[in-house]
Design a protein around this ligand. Structure first.
Ligand SMILES: [Zn+2]
Length: 229
C-alpha cells in the first residue's frame, strides 16, 4: 500500500495504491481532473484499476472535479451521508470561518462546482478491502458534519481537513500542524482528533499542506485542547 499525494491548486488529493487495485481520495477543485489523472499515470496505475473516488468531505476544493472524474473513470463516488448534499447541489453549505484570515479565504474560494450524484453513502465505519485497499473509514466530524478519515493498516491516516499543515493553505510551514480555516463544530473536531490520536497514527495526510508527523500533531493539539496554551 502506498499513499501518493496529488498536489493541486488549492488542496491535496491522494492516490492510494493497493496491490492490484487503487482508490482516489478527494477530487480537487473544478477543472483538476487532468492533473489528477496525470499523477495516476505517472504512478504507473492503470485508470481501469481505480475502484473508488472517496471524499473526505464535500467542499468545493475536495469535490470540485468529482463529476468530471466520474464521467471519465466510471467509478463510484463515496461520501458520508451528511455531506452528500454538497455533491448533489454543487455547493459548500454553510462555512464557518474561525478567524479573520479564514474570512478572507472564504471570500476568494470558489463557491460552486458541477454537481453529481453520490453512488455510495457512508453512514458507518467501513473497511476498504472490497476496493483493494487495506484500510478503514473512520467517522471524524468537526470540519463538516460528514467528514471522514481513512486509517490504513500501516497506521498512516488521511484526515482531510480535520487539520491543516502550515499557513496560507499549506503554502508555508506545511509540516506544522494547524487548525483548518473552517470549523463546523469545534467540540466535534476535538473529539475526532482524540479519536485519531488514540489510533497512534504515524503520518497524517491532510487536505492542505502536510504531511504531518502523528506525534507533532498529538503534541500541538493536546496542549490546545487542555487549554495549556
Ligand atoms: Zn474543507
Amino acid at each position: 500500500m502506498k499513499i501518493i499525494k496529488i498536489k493541486l491548486s488549492i488542496s491535496n488529493a491522494y492516490l492510494v495504491k493497493g496491490k492490484s487495485k487503487s482508490i482516489l481520495v478527494d477530487a480537487g477543485a473544478p477543472n483538476e481532473a487532468d492533473k489528477i489523472l496525470s499523477v495516476v499515470q505517472e504512478a504507473g496505475v492503470n485508470p481501469k484499476d481505480l475502484t473508488l473516488l472517496l471524499h473526505t468531505h464535500g467542499h468545493v476544493d475536495h469535490a470540485g472535479s468529482t463529476a468530471e472524474l466520474k464521467r471519465r473513470l466510471g467509478i463510484p463516488a463515496a461520501i458520508h451521508s451528511m455531506d452528500a448534499f454538497m455533491l448533489r447541489t454543487g455547493s459548500n453549505g454553510i462555512v464557518k470561518p474561525r478567524n479573520f484570515e479564514a474570512k478572507i479565504i472564504k471570500a476568494v474560494i470558489p463557491k460552486s462546482f458541477e454537481k453529481s450524484e453520490p453512488d455510495l453513502l457512508i453512514n458507518e465505519e467501513l473497511r476498504l478491502e472490497d476496493f483493494g485497499v487495506a484500510g478503514k473509514i473512520l467517522l471524524t466530524p468537526g470540519h463538516t458534519k460528514g467528514s471522514i478519515s481513512i486509517l490504513f493498516d500501516n497506521q498512516d491516516v488521511i484526515i482531510g481537513d480535520l487539520m491543516m499543515g502550515g499557513i496560507l493553505g499549506g503554502a508555508l510551514f506545511g509540516t506544522r500542524p494547524n487548525y483548518h480555516y473552517f470549523i463546523d463544530d469545534l467540540d466535534d473536531l476535538h473529539a475526532s482528533m482524540k479519536k485519531i490520536f488514540g489510533m497512534k497514527p504515524s503520518t497524517l495526510y491532510v487536505g492542505h499542506g502536510g504531511p504531518l508527523k502523528g506525534r507533532d500533531a498529538v503534541e500541538h493539539f493536546s496542549k490546545l485542547m487542555d487549554g495549556r496554551e
